[in-house]
Structure formats: C-alpha cells, structure tokens
Write a protein that binds this ligand. Structure first.
Ligand code: ZN
Ligand code: ZN
Length: 92
C-alpha cells in the first residue's frame, strides 16, 4: 500500500525524509521517533515514550522527587492549618 503523505521529518543534515507514508505524522520510522522524546536528564541520550520525558533509568528519580514534593506540600498544609480543621472553617 502506497502512502498518501510524504514524510516531512528533517534529517540531521536538514533534508526532508520524503518517504511515502500513510500517516500525516511521517513514515513508519519517523512517526514513531516523533512520539519519543529525549530523556530530560542532563547528559542522557536515551529516548523515552514516557509522559514525564525521562527514560526508564531516570524516571524513578523523577517520581522520587515528585513524592518528596507532595510529602512536603501536605506537611506544610497540615502545619498551616494547625488544629483549626478545614480551611473553610478557618475563613468564616
Ligand atoms: Zn521519514
Ligand atoms: Zn535518562
């Protein structure tokens, strides 16, 4: 089956891929690659399909950071409210 789209993916030298494709996103090599992002960790060149844009090596670190952040937030909230209960009660 011949694709109706032309892959518009730019190669490293700036040429358009130009391969036939049945997807608007590009040929079967490039549309997949476009869904993958480079890991956000400095110096890491691994590709990732994760929404956090961290590869499997570094995504744990990301989750750990998130976890600590959440813990800190809820601890702050708790100490701000003290023993007064809900924030609605506090305001009225
Ligand atoms: Zn292509
Ligand atoms: Zn990584």
């Amino acid at each position: 089956m011949r694709g109706k789209f032309i892959c518009q993916h730019l190669t490293n030298v700036g040429d358009v891929c130009g391969r036939n494709s049945d997807r608007e996103e590009g040929c079967k090599i490039h549309w997949k690659r476009r869904q993958r992002a480079l890991c956000k960790q400095d110096g890491c060149r691994r590709l990732t399909a994760s929404k956090h844009e961290f590869c499997s090596l570094h995504v744990d670190k990301y989750h750990l950071k998130e976890y600590y952040h959440r813990m800190k937030q809820s601890a702050l909230k708790k100490s701000a409210l003290g023993d007064l209960g809900s924030p609605v009660k506090f305001l009225t």
